[in-house]
Write a protein that binds this ligand. Structure first.
Ligand SMILES: CC(C)(COP(=O)(O)OP(=O)(O)OC[C@H]1O[C@@H](n2cnc3c(N)ncnc32)[C@H](O)[C@@H]1OP(=O)(O)O)[C@@H](O)C(=O)NCCC(=O)NCCS
Length: 251
């Protein structure tokens, strides 16, 4: 499919995910106050313990709500109860669904930033998603030189100053979505692959380890900002015929 994506739409009551599709859900992490207790009740004891370890109430709340949304979204596809789902974690901390025997397996990845969560789903293919709030003070050339490849840092520097924050976070979210699809988090060297970053330019890999086959193995999408001043990207294995973007409703 073309890498141009539609905008976020209200989700239908029943969702089905085909093998040649990917879905991404976007949710506010500030639900009506009355829903918070329900969110907490969906979490497993280990998730509640993790929530309790956050120092700030806001972080605790956002983690709790993000997990509840994740459980609720996955349960819709699996036709199961959200609280009954189990997760396993790989050695880098990436959560996956405990196998329930379905094939091809439902895969997901989640990202949250500044009160917004995205949850991406595929069948059988690796997937990574990232959302970031645009922080102008963070988007410096110094940070770019530390995290981006040399070519990416040069592309960023070549942008007009007023395009740099957007370009920086285009690059950041696309790189992060890829390392999240690979499961490895920051243990994957960030300078060994390069992505486009200029506002208006199609999101794609420019190179991965000098290996065109690896570039051909992945699809990359710039997702529409879930709210003003966010950037978001999706990376998945192979190609899909359709990408659907659903808005999670709290009412
Ligand atoms: C988890 C990680 C991959 C992303 O962390 P982050 O940017 O703080 O957080 P995000 O909100 O995008 O993603 C967190 C979610 O990803 C999932 N996740 C956790 N570990 C993961 C991993 N190794 N791979 C993929 N997904 C992972 C979890 O669902 C997690 O949600 P939770 O914290 O509620 O359990 C982190 O370990 C990491 O390596 N961050 C690198 C940040 C960075 O420097 N990026 C440079 C880009 S140029």
């Amino acid at each position: 499919m073309s890498q141009e994506t539609e905008n976020w739409s209200d989700a239908p009551a029943n969702v089905e995910l085909r093998e040649d599709e990917a879905h991404v859900w976007c949710a506010s992490l500030e639900p009506p106050a009355a829903r918070l207790a329900t969110c907490l009740s969906l979490l497993a004891p280990a998730e509640r313990e993790r929530a309790a370890r956050f120092h700030f109430e806001k972080d605790r709340r956002h983690f709790t709500v993000a997990r509840a949304v994740l459980r609720d979204v996955l349960a819709r596809y699996l036709k199961r109860e959200p609280a009954a789902l189990g997760f396993t974690y790989n050695k880098y901390g990436k959560p996956e669904l405990e196998r329930a025997g379905e094939s091809p397996v439902l895969r997901f990845n989640m990202s949250h930033a500044h009160g917004v969560a995205l949850c991406a789903l595929t069948r059988g293919r690796e997937v990574g998603v990232d959302v970031e709030f645009l922080r102008e003070e963070f988007a410096s050339l110094d940070v770019a030189h530390s995290f981006f490849s040399r070519g990416e840092a040069e592309m960023l520097q070549a942008l007009a100053v007023e395009q740099r924050t957007r370009g920086f976070f285009n690059c950041w979210t696309r790189k992060e979505a890829y390392i999240k699809a690979l499961d490895e988090g920051l243990s994957h060297p960030l300078e060994r692959f390069a992505v486009t970053l200029a506002p208006g330019e199609r999101a794609r890999f420019l190179s991965i380890d000098g290996d065109p086959q690896e570039v051909a193995r992945w699809s990359m999408f710039a997702l529409p900002a879930p709210e003003e001043n966010y950037a978001a990207a999706l990376v998945l294995e192979g190609t899909v015929q359709s990408l659907k973007l659903w808005r999670y409703a709290w009412s």
